[in-house]
Design a protein around this ligand. Structure first.
Ligand code: DC
Length: 224
C-alpha cells in the first residue's frame, strides 16, 4: 500500500492550499476530493438536471466517467472527457456540490473511485470523510481546523482580493460558512467529523508557512 495521508476539516481552514504545498514538498500527489463532488454538480447542471433530484443525480453519477489527472499546474477533473477544472470554483458549483454530496449513492461511487486512486499512488487526500471512511488505514490522519471567525475572515479577504466580494458583508460570509459547516457535519452519510486517531491541527494562530511546517513535521515523523 503506498503512503496515504488523510486530511479532513471544515470549509475555510485552508485545507486545499496547505494540502497542495505539503504534497509538493513530500513529492506525492494531492487528491482534492471536493473537486470531484463539484464536478458532479456542474455536470448535473450542464445536463439540465435538478440537483435536488436524488435519483437523477445518483443515476448520472453511476453512468458518467470521471477522470482525475495530475499535471504541473495541479489536479484536473474531467467528466466524460470534458475538463471542468476552470468551472469548479463558482458559488453555483459550491452549492451544487454541497447538495449532491448528501446522497448516499453518490458518496458510495465517489468513495470507491477515491480508494482506487489512492491504491495506485502515494497521495495526500483532502476532503471531509477521508480519515473516517475513504482511508481508515491512512499512514497519517490530520483534522485541520480554525475558529469560525478566523475562517470567515480568511474567506472574506480572499473574495476581496480576487474582486469577487461585491456587496457581501463579513457577517454574510460568516453565516454562509456556519450554514455549510452545519450541512457538512449533520448530513446522514459520512458527515464531517474528526477520526479518533486523527491529529488535530488548529491553524487559528498560524500563518500558511507555519501550518505547512506543522503538517510536514507530522508526516515525516510518521513516514520515517
Ligand atoms: O472542499 P470543497 O469545498 O471543495 O467541497 C465541496 C463540497 O463537497 C462541500 O460541500 C463538501 C463536500 N465534500 C464531501 O462531502 N466529502 C468530501 N470528501 C469532499 C467534499
Amino acid at each position: 500500500m503506498p503512503v496515504n495521508i488523510a486530511m479532513d476539516g471544515p470549509v475555510g481552514a485552508g485545507k486545499s492550499t496547505i494540502a497542495d504545498e505539503v504534497a509538493k514538498r513530500l513529492g506525492i500527489l494531492h487528491l482534492d476530493t471536493g473537486a470531484m463532488y463539484r464536478a458532479l454538480g456542474v455536470a448535473a447542471l450542464d445536463r439540465g438536471l435538478d440537483v435536488n433530484d436524488e435519483e437523477a443525480v445518483t443515476n448520472l453519477c453511476q453512468t458518467i466517467h470521471m477522470d482525475v489527472t495530475h499535471e504541473q499546474g495541479g489536479q484536473h477533473t474531467l467528466v466524460d472527457g470534458e475538463d471542468l477544472t476552470s468551472r469548479l470554483r463558482t458559488e453555483q458549483a459550491s452549492m451544487a456540490a454541497s447538495k449532491v454530496a448528501t446522497y448516499p449513492g453518490v458518496r458510495a461511487e465517489m468513495v470507491r473511485s477515491q480508494q482506487r486512486l489512492a491504491r495506485s499512488h502515494a497521495m495526500l487526500v483532502d476532503g471531509r470523510d477521508i480519515g473516517t471512511r475513504v482511508l481508515p488505514k491512512a499512514t497519517l490522519k490530520i483534522f485541520i481546523t480554525a475558529s469560525p471567525e478566523v475562517r470567515a475572515k480568511r474567506r472574506f479577504l480572499q473574495l476581496k482580493e480576487s474582486g469577487k466580494l461585491g456587496d457581501t458583508t463579513f457577517e454574510q460570509v460568516l453565516s454562509d460558512l456556519l450554514a455549510r459547516d452545519d450541512q457538512d457535519m449533520h448530513r446522514e452519510t459520512d458527515p464531517l467529523r474528526r477520526a479518533e486517531d486523527a491529529v488535530l491541527v488548529d491553524t487559528s494562530e498560524m500563518d500558511f508557512e507555519a501550518s505547512v511546517e506543522a503538517i510536514l513535521a507530522l508526516a515525516k515523523e510518521r513516514m520515517a
